[in-house]
Write a protein that binds this ligand. Structure first.
Ligand SMILES: [Fe+2]
Ligand SMILES: [Fe+2]
Length: 590
């Protein structure tokens, strides 16, 4: 059931964006135009002080009609009663409810946290259009139920916009938000029970958000390339992906690269440009994001490169990348738990890079930022790590904060070029795997359905002859304060079967290293089980923690990074804080 719901959400999101961008009289068109008008005619101070009454005056009558009737649409074959469940905590009632003839009833619907008032209106058979959730970005989005006026009629609903509408049954126990399907209805009036329930995602509240909605990035783009970042979208031995940004005044992007020190012999690769928009980012609404992929490189080789635009002669300083070795060689990588675009993460990654320049690449276990669809969050993450990630690849997994309120993690996918070898029917780059030297890295998407990734995970493990096997994903399978039995069962069994050496997670904002675990029980030797690590790269509070028999080392109140050194049959693990103090350490010998 959960699987179906998430699948439908993903379809819903992709079609939502498709439709929004193509429909000439859409809510998106109206909002895009209005935001542009606001930028052209108001000061930042005026924008900040905008009230609901001010906002209503910005739209023409035609535009208000689009906002009132083209946000959520469907057709019905018989006369119906439409009920709109509006959360009572939302201070301003969306304007279209009264203006378009809905009546507030005395009925109340409740879920475990919220109370909704019920607004109703009868419609004849045919097309029905409903309006926006308001200009306030209110997170408890309204939801809808539809019943035939004549109880003998068989109601058929069709032609939904957004497409792929999930239709549930209005009753106690039903969920209303795909991005929070544990939150279910606890109180439903008898007269509404059995109606067709139209669910939504909380993220839709952003579609008309204007009040208190505008943001500034502390690091706006310019005509000079910045946010230069290495990843591996393809084979780390022979390719290198390089990404960066400029403002939209620049029309092309080139990478010049050469063998280390051979700057007379540059080769060039052209980058693809994607214009990225964050409509409410008032000082940097549009940027160019560049992705260049260099192929046919020599394994185990250091190169120099710079990025820029020959026309304006804006070039970055020279940086470096190193391809993965052809065969097994000693190497190191660094793992961070949640980073949340923090300056603490900046401290850590710079300390790690300065002290251990030999580290081949860096990984973050999700929650890279705090609001995944705010580009200013990513600007901070890239700024604080700029000196490192232009010289060493960043290979990360997604956390719940990178994927926002059911709207997906499309900004992450646009910003990072990661391997597209994940499961075919799941979003690209959310899960992937790669090999480096004698190690396999399996990067899973804990925010997507767990069981849908299991067969893919098994294929990666089965088809690899790597000596060392690691998995990374955001939600920790072993922790006292959040329980993930599905992960322990679905993935844990495979970690046992194929002997995955270590699993890295985050999310709970403290540090933990487990004893080796097999069949969900602690065992003596790393040869017999998997070691599970949880880490955190942002300041966190000390706390009382429940005793658990699988814990080897655990503490809160420190932010830290883990360096893992692999040399043939030996693994050395050290956890450091930014001062270089060792907070945890162990070895595995195969
Ligand atoms: Fe987090
Ligand atoms: Fe998290």
């Amino acid at each position: 059931m959960l699987r179906t719901k998430i699948k439908i959400t993903l379809l819903f999101i992709s079609l939502l964006f498709l439709f929004c961008s193509e429909n000439p009289k859409s809510v998106k068109d109206v909002m895009d135009k209005t935001v542009t008008h606001i930028y052209q005619t108001m000061s930042k101070d005026e924008i900040k002080k905008l009230t609901n009454d001010d906002v209503m005056k910005l739209f023409s009558d035609d535009e208000l009609e689009v906002l009132a009737t083209r946000y959520w649409m469907f057709d019905v074959n018989v006369p119906v009663l439409v009920s709109v469940m509006r959360e009572t905590g939302q201070k301003i009632v969306p304007f279209w409810l009264t203006k378009y003839g809905f009546t507030k009833t005395d009925m109340i619907v409740k879920n475990e946290l919220n109370t909704f008032e019920v607004w109703q209106k009868e419609f004849p058979a045919g097309h029905i259009g409903l309006g926006i959730n308001g200009f306030d970005g209110y997170g408890r989005h309204y939801f809808v139920s539809v019943q035939p006026v004549n109880s003998n009629d068989k109601l058929i609903m069709s032609n939904f916009y957004p497409a792929n509408q999930f239709v549930g049954k209005m009753d106690v126990g039903a969920f209303t938000y795909h991005d929070w399907d544990e939150l279910v209805l606890t109180e439903v009036p008898e007269s509404l029970k059995g109606g067709k329930l139209l669910t939504t995602i909380r993220g839709r509240a952003r579609e008309a958000h204007l009040l208190g909605a505008f943001r500034d990035t502390p690091f706006p783009s310019s005509s000079k390339p910045d946010q230069i970042m290495l990843t591996w979208g393809k084979d780390p031995k022979t390719t290198q992906s390089i990404q960066w940004r400029t403002n939209t005044s620049i029309k092309q992007g080139i990478v010049k690269y050469c063998l280390e020190g051979d700057e007379g012999n540059f080769k060039e690769v052209k980058a693809e440009i994607k214009v990225m928009e964050d409509r409410l980012l008032q000082n940097d609404r549009y940027i160019n994001r560049y992705t260049a992929v260099i192929d046919n490189l020599k394994p185990g080789t250091k190169y120099n490169y710079k990025v820029g635009d020959p026309k304006t002669n804006n070039w970055s300083a020279t940086a470096e990348f190193i391809t993965a070795p052809e065969s097994s060689e000693p190497f190191s990588f660094v793992y961070f738990g949640d980073t949340h675009k923090s300056t603490e993460f900046g401290e850590l990654i710079n300390a790690a890079y300065n002290r251990f320049p030999e580290v081949a690449f860096y990984s973050i276990g999700g929650d890279l930022v705090s609001t995944g669809l705010h580009r200013d969050d990513w600007d901070q993450l890239f700024e604080y790590s700029a000196n490192v990630i232009k010289n060493r690849p960043l290979m990360s997994v997604l956390g719940n904060h990178d994927d926002q309120n059911g709207l997906g993690a499309w900004m992450y996918a646009d910003l990072f070029d990661l391997p597209k070898n994940g499961k075919a029917d799941l979003p690209k780059e959310y899960l992937y795997s790669f090999e480096y030297s004698n190690a396999l890295f399996i990067m899973l998407a804990a925010t997507l359905p767990i069981s849908e990734q299991t067969s893919w995970l098994e294929e990666q493990l089965k088809n690899s002859s790597a000596k060392w096997k690691f998995a990374m994903f955001h939600f920790p399978p072993y922790t006292y304060d959040d329980d993930y039995p599905v992960i322990r069962k679905e993935w844990g069994d495979l970690f046992d079967k194929y002997h995955v050496d270590m699993v890295f997670s985050g999310h709970v904002h403290y540090y933990m290293r487990s004893k080796p675990i097999y069949a969900q029980k602690p065992v003596k030797n790393p040869a017999d089980g998997t070691i599970y690590v949880i880490s955190i790269a942002v300041s966190n509070r000390e706390r009382q923690m429940k005793k658990e028999d699988f814990v080897q080392v655990r503490f809160a109140g420190e932010y830290l990074y883990q360096k893992i050194d692999i040399d043939g049959n030996e693994l050395k693990y050290n956890a450091y804080n930014s001062d270089g103090k060792v907070l945890d350490s162990f070895k595995i010998k195969k």
